[in-house]
Design a protein. Structure first.
Length: 66
């Protein structure tokens, strides 16, 4: 037994794309509004560790040349 087709269009009762976009912006903001503290901390730690590794490598090469 099958159900008869609904007389309503398939997207009846659903919000439009513009309405959904507005709801998302209201709820989450844009990527520019998001906090950047963690990203800055990760990038800073990477830069410090990379610099330390480079300095260590230079010191190791200099010591090996003696």
């Amino acid at each position: 037994m099958t159900t008869p087709p609904s007389p309503d269009p398939p997207d009846a009762g659903r919000p439009s794309r513009k309405e959904l976009d507005r709801q998302v912006r209201d709820r989450y903001g844009t990527w520019r509004d998001q906090p950047r503290g963690l990203a800055c901390a990760v990038i800073g730690a990477f830069m410090i560790l990379t610099t330390a590794a480079f300095v260590f490598a230079v010191v190791a090469v200099v010591m090996a040349m003696r």
